[in-house]
Ligand binder design. Structure first.
Ligand code: NAD
Ligand code: UDP
Length: 311
């Protein structure tokens, strides 16, 4: 296959490039470097089967030659990033998704959109199953991301129903691993960066809010299987291993032997920060035969090792 991956210089996009190339496909990686970095894909430079195109996908996307699959991953993803770039986030989820779908339609390609657990908002159903329609504050600070992704899902289903495009929707739950930006503000790089600098780990609010963390290799496997399946409805991909932020901070502190301890920052929680989050992965298990395999301690150790060489 010849595959277009948008957001290719980002954390997930760069791992997807590696995976598709390893499977023998050729990859066009597209990115405007808003929140990603060339470092993440520099190891692919010079390969015949990889091409990088610096382009903002909110503008018309022109690709020469055939395309068999489009994976649309371009979007700021960390809360700090989408608060910094609220308009860009809305545009890449709406105009960018429209353009990426346009490529898929014109080329007769499969299309996969990177959606998110955020479309469930601050969920009233736990764990979150794909049939749950969510609890989102449209005008809250996180609304720029949540609504962009909800629109992206809606237009994806519209292209599927109206134009017959063969689409996939993956709802990604918190994923971590090498190639995250140390300063992207998400909790795993924040905690590891602080720990490696010997600083206290910053817990926002009372730290009793929960997340469920998936290691990047597990996520990429789930996405690959979803693209290769024939399933058009949304699929949650994430690790159901739920924990609160105090527990995560304690674990990172122990693993790094950080003397800095923990510090509570009551006011740092962004309005609408979900209180709980855990994927129900019954659908992924049943349809894709997929489930996560990497234990949190192992994934964190690999991430700590990566960041150790980058702090
Ligand atoms: P990231 O910020 O590392 O990567 C996003 C990439 O998109 C960056 O390289 C950025 O430069 C690029 N980009 C942004 N706007 C663009 C535009 N207009 N044109 C071209 N490129 C643009 O984030 P990530 O964690 O790799 O997330 C990738 C995708 O997965 C996003 O769509 C995100 O919403 C989704 N997602 C990620 C997670 C997670 O836990 N990592 C969870 C849910 C959903
Ligand atoms: N968080 C924290 N300390 C930090 C960064 C984040 O306690 O230094 C909390 C944040 O308030 C949220 C959770 O960790 O409840 C996960 O935040 P993240 O930014 O990683 O992503 P989210 O899941 O909110 O999109």
């Amino acid at each position: 296959m010849r595959v277009l991956i948008t957001g290719a210089a980002g954390f997930l996009g760069s791992h997807l490039c590696d995976r598709f190339l390893a499977e023998g496909h050729s990859v066009i990686g597209m990115d405007n470097l808003l929140t990603g970095k060339v470092d993440n894909i520099v190891h692919l430079a010079g390969r015949d089967d990889f091409q990088f195109v610096k382009h903002d996908v909110t503008n018309y996307i022109y690709i020469d030659g055939p395309v068999d699959a489009v994976l649309h991953f371009a979007s700021p993803a960390s809360p700090i990033d989408y608060l910094t770039y609220p308009i860009q986030t809305l545009k890449v989820g709406s105009l960018g998704t429209h353009n990426a779908l346009g490529v898929a339609k014109a080329k007769g390609a499969r299309f996969l959109i990177a959606s998110t657990s955020e479309i469930y908002g601050d969920p009233l159903v736990h764990p979150q199953v794909e049939t749950y329609v969510g609890n989102v504050d449209t005008i809250g600070p996180r609304g720029v991301y949540d609504e962009a992704k909800r629109f992206a899902e809606a237009i994806t289903m519209a292209y599927h129903r109206a134009h017959g495009v063969d689409t996939r929707i993956v709802r990604i739950f918190n994923t971590y691993g090498p190639r995250m930006r140390l300063d992207d503000g998400r909790v795993v790089p924040n905690f590891i960066g602080q720990a490696l600098r010997g600083e206290p780990l910053t817990i926002y609010g009372d730290g009793l809010q929960t997340r469920s963390f998936c290691f990047v290799s597990d996520l990429i496997e789930g996405i690959y299987r979803l693209l290769m399946s024939d399933y058009n409805d949304p699929v949650n991909i994430g690790n159901p291993n739920e924990m609160n932020m105090r527990e995560l901070a304690t674990l990172v502190s122990e693993m790094t032997q950080n003397p800095g301890g923990l510090v509570y920052q009551e006011d740092s929680r962004i309005k609408g920060d979900p209180q709980t989050r855990q994927p129900d992965i019954t659908r992924a298990r049943t349809i894709l035969g997929w489930e996560p395999t990497v234990k949190l301690e192992d994934g964190l150790q690999r991430t700590i090792d990566y960041f150790r060489s980058h702090v």
